[in-house]
Structure formats: structure tokens, C-alpha cells
Design a protein around this ligand. Structure first.
Ligand SMILES: NC(=O)c1ccc[n+]([C@@H]2O[C@H](COP(=O)([O-])OP(=O)(O)OC[C@H]3O[C@@H](n4cnc5c(N)ncnc54)[C@H](O)[C@@H]3O)[C@@H](O)[C@H]2O)c1
Length: 254
């Protein structure tokens, strides 16, 4: 087991990539605190884990709220005595073009993706420092590497997550806390389904227009294909990795 008895926190664990990561971490022996703004979704995931013989607790929390970010870290420590791994996965998919984006739009994209990621890291790192180490995995996106049309505010927020991960790696290395970043490509999750519906297109039309011309593996990724990269970076197998950006995108950005 690659995370045996590790105390792990996954934000946005109620759906998509966060859910797949929570299920995988639990199978690898971790205790999982599944934090999500939607407490019911988090509870469904933890029930699945616990029914399967794993160890998980759900927490309803909005990472953009500082008190909640602090509560996420302190709840894991209260339950299990430490925090070994934080996966900053929760995100807002709020996106606008430059002509349309006002302060409120920027604040929506920024408060969850950038501020929330930073605050959760801050409070988890306080605990990790005291115990002598830990690992943080931030989920950015290929949108932070190459811009996608009409998604300016989200693209910029994910570029910030990539850069922020490197800064965190520098700041936290003296405390034996590794920080790495995963950039998923277009992945088949409820968030993608919502984006397809917004476009008013069918899945087949989206694959033809956006995936086939650009993605070497000509299909959407699956959440279960992103989670193993997160597991690797969270585990001791990645003991010599920090400040890295790992792209899992079927060759989209090649
Ligand atoms: N699906 C993709 O194509 C794709 C591509 C690249 C990157 N990503 C990234 O992967 C991560 C997961 O995306 P997904 O597709 O699984 O999304 P999803 O919408 O399926 O799941 C996201 C979860 O985060 C929760 N959440 C949202 N805002 C929150 C907040 N403020 N506090 C706590 N929880 C909150 C939601 O309730 C939801 O359960 C995100 O960081 C996203 O940017 C996704």
C-alpha cells in the first residue's frame, strides 16, 4: 500500500477527479478527509470508502473562506493527529472573456482557485511543519499552460496555481514539505459535462472540434487516469520531486 496510514486531505473530493483520488487514496491505505462545499457529495464518497473497509470522513467547507480553510486542516489533525498529504483539487470553473470580465468575475475565479488553494496550504503546512514534513499536490490545468478561448479568468487562475506551486515548493522545502502540481487535460467529469452543455454541443461534436485535432490520445481523459499521478506525487515514491509540474493530458499540449 502506497499511502498506508497516511492522513490525507482532498478538497473537492465529492466529484470528478477529487472523488477518484479519494477512492484511490483509501484503497492505498490512507485516512481521507473529503472536504467539499457540497457536504452531501462528500458524504456519499466517504460512505463508499467506509463501506468498502476504508477510513474516511466528510467535511462541508468552502475553501475560499479562510475560517473553512483553517477548519479543514484542524479537522484532519483532530481526527487522526496529523496531516501528511493535502490535495488542493477544488476549483471554480467560472470563466469570462476579457471584454466581459468585471471585478466580480475575477473574484469568483480567483477566490477559490488561487486564494483557496493558498489558504488550505497555509493551514495544512502549519501542521506539517510541526510534525516534520508532508506533501502538497495542487491541481492546476493545461489551461494554465496554453490558453483556451473564452476562458480567460479560469486560464489565468490556473497559471497562477502552477507558479504558486513552485513558490510554495521553495518556501516549504526547508521544512521537508514537498509541493508539486498536476495539470490534467480535458477530463470526463461533471465539470466537463457542464461545460459541454454550456457550449450547446454534443459530446461527439466537442471531441471532433476540440479533441481530435489537438489531443494525441483522441478522447477525453478519465478521472481514474489523473488520480494515479496525484497518488504518485503524494507518496514517498516521489521523495525527490518538488516544484514539479506534471502534465496528464493525452498529449494535448505536445
Ligand atoms: N475536468 C477537466 O477537464 C479538468 C481539466 C483540467 C483541470 N481540472 C481541474 O481538476 C480539478 C477537479 O475538477 P473536476 O473536473 O473533477 O470538477 P468537478 O466539478 O467534477 O468537481 C469539483 C468539486 O469541487 C467542489 N468545489 C467547488 N468549489 C468549491 C469550494 N469553494 N470549496 C470546496 N469545494 C468546492 C465541487 O462541489 C465539486 O465536488 C479542478 O481543480 C479543475 O480545475 C479539470
Amino acid at each position: 500500500m502506497r499511502l498506508k496510514d497516511k492522513i490525507t486531505i482532498i478538497t473537492g473530493a465529492g466529484s470528478g477527479i477529487g472523488r477518484a483520488t479519494a477512492l484511490l487514496f483509501a484503497r492505498e491505505g490512507a485516512c481521507v478527509l473529503a472536504a467539499d462545499i457540497d457536504g452531501d457529495k462528500a458524504t456519499r464518497v466517504t460512505a463508499e470508502i467506509n463501506n468498502d473497509g476504508g477510513r474516511a470522513e466528510a467535511l462541508a467547507a468552502d475553501i475560499a473562506e479562510e475560517a473553512d480553510a483553517r477548519r479543514i486542516a484542524s479537522r484532519a489533525a483532530e481526527l487522526w493527529g496529523r496531516v501528511d498529504v493535502l490535495v488542493n483539487n477544488a476549483a471554480s470553473f467560472h470563466h469570462k472573456r476579457v471584454e466581459d470580465a468585471d471585478r466580480a468575475d475575477w473574484e469568483k475565479a480567483w477566490s477559490v482557485n488561487v486564494l483557496g488553494t493558498s489558504l488550505c496550504s497555509r493551514y495544512a503546512a502549519e501542521i506539517m511543519k510541526k510534525q516534520g514534513g508532508g506533501a502538497i499536490v495542487n491541481i492546476a490545468s493545461i489551461n494554465g499552460l496554453i490558453a483556451m478561448p473564452d476562458w480567460m479568468t479560469y486560464n489565468a487562475s490556473k497559471a497562477a496555481v502552477i507558479e504558486m506551486s513552485k513558490s510554495m515548493a521553495m518556501d516549504l522545502a526547508p521544512f521537508h514539505i514537498r509541493v508539486n502540481c498536476v495539470c490534467p487535460g480535458v477530463t470526463d467529469t461533471p465539470a466537463l459535462q457542464r461545460a459541454i452543455e454550456e457550449l450547446g454541443a454534443s459530446r461527439e461534436e466537442v471531441i471532433k472540434a476540440y479533441i481530435e485535432p489537438q489531443c494525441l490520445i483522441k478522447r477525453f481523459g478519465k478521472a481514474e487516469e489523473i488520480a494515479p499521478a496525484i497518488l504518485f506525487l503524494a507518496s514517498d515514491e516521489a521523495s525527490y520531486m518538488t516544484g514539479a509540474t506534471v502534465v496528464v493530458d493525452g498529449g494535448y499540449t505536445t
